[in-house]
Design a binder for this molecule. Structure first.
Ligand SMILES: NC(=O)c1ccc[n+]([C@@H]2O[C@H](COP(=O)([O-])OP(=O)(O)OC[C@H]3O[C@@H](n4cnc5c(N)ncnc54)[C@H](O)[C@@H]3O)[C@@H](O)[C@H]2O)c1
Length: 273
């Protein structure tokens, strides 16, 4: 197969949740840049409108829908409308997510952070993180499967995290649980849906510079902390996730399902020095 055919996603119908910012926006951009029709779903109307306007200005086939992924009926309605408009649904990125507040360990200096200790971790925070980062993945995959099964074809890509594989104590506990749950649910869905030619995989990023947690990744101290954990010595730009997203959405990855692909600058290997 020629390389141009391998990565061909022209005219694909694509949905990205959490598509107004960061990693989800990069997914949407790379698919649209390669000719797909992309619906970005997000809670943040202002950012969504701004990014859709910018991408439309580049003549990309992108539109936005304000959808809260924790609102199950709203997610199903938004999927139904998108499939009706496009007439097809080829790729879904279940990507929306939030941070989880502090973990039990300090972010900068060594030592514990009492705010992130289990006995102090707010129940409401736990519930919100599980709802947004795990329950929403179930809802999104359910809506995707409903539309993909009759066509006997589709790709589903879930954004998990390196946190699905190993604990980072400076990040709140609910995040670890949600991402590990999403990773295992991905494997379950991949096994179940293989029969219907629906491939389900996960992208597990290490530290990327995005707006998560109110944009603290733009803080040089936070960048220094995470850079220290990465053998490549830096946090990643969202541009660097585009290749993997296109790969998992395109014919190039036609024999990959149930895989969680880590993109972390080597962080999962442990410290280099
Ligand atoms: N940035 C990182 O270092 C990193 C690392 C590992 C995993 N991730 C994961 O990547 C995904 C994307 O995060 P990001 O870093 O790009 O953050 P981001 O904040 O830049 O983007 C997340 C988007 O999701 C949207 N969102 C949040 N809650 C929503 C809801 N209930 N309904 C609809 N949209 C909602 C936000 O409005 C935002 O536009 C998340 O699942 C996150 O956990 C990020």
């Amino acid at each position: 197969m020629k390389i141009s055919e391998m990565f061909r996603v022209k005219d694909y119908g694509v949905i990205v949740t959490g598509g107004a910012s960061g990693i989800g926006l990069a997914y949407g951009e790379v698919l649209a840049e390669n000719g797909a029709r992309v619906t970005l779903m997000d809670l943040d109307r202002t950012r969504l409108n701004r990014e859709v306007k910018r991408l439309k200005g580049l003549k990309l086939d992108v539109r936005g829908m304000v959808v809260d992924v924790t609102d199950r009926p709203a997610v199903h309605r938004a999927f139904d409308k998108t499939v009706k408009d496009y007439g097809r649904l080829d790729v879904v990125f279940a990507n929306a997510g939030i941070d989880s507040g502090p973990g039990f360990r300090q972010m900068g200096p060594a030592g514990r952070n009492p705010e992130g200790a289990i006995e102090n971790y707010a129940d409401a925070r736990w519930d919100k993180v599980i709802d947004t980062n795990l329950n929403s993945v179930f809802t999104t995959v359910k809506a995707a499967a409903r539309h993909m099964k009759p066509r006997h074809s589709g790709r589903i890509v879930i954004t998990t995290s390196l946190a699905a594989e190993r604990i980072e104590g400076a990040i709140g506990a609910a995040y670890m649980a949600a991402k590990a749950g999403a990773a295992h649910f991905m494997r379950n869905a991949a096994l179940e849906l293989a029969k219907y030619n629906i491939l389900v995989n996960a992208i597990a990023p290490g530290p990327f510079i995005t707006n998560i947690g109110g944009g603290h990744a733009f803080d040089p101290n936070v960048q220094k902390f995470f850079a220290g954990l990465v053998p490549l010595g830096r946090m990643a730009s969202t541009e660097e996730i585009k290749g993997l997203a296109l790969f998992l959405a395109s014919p190039a990855s036609s024999y990959i399902t149930g895989a969680q692909i880590v993109i972390d600058g080597g962080s999962g290997l442990g410290p280099a020095d």
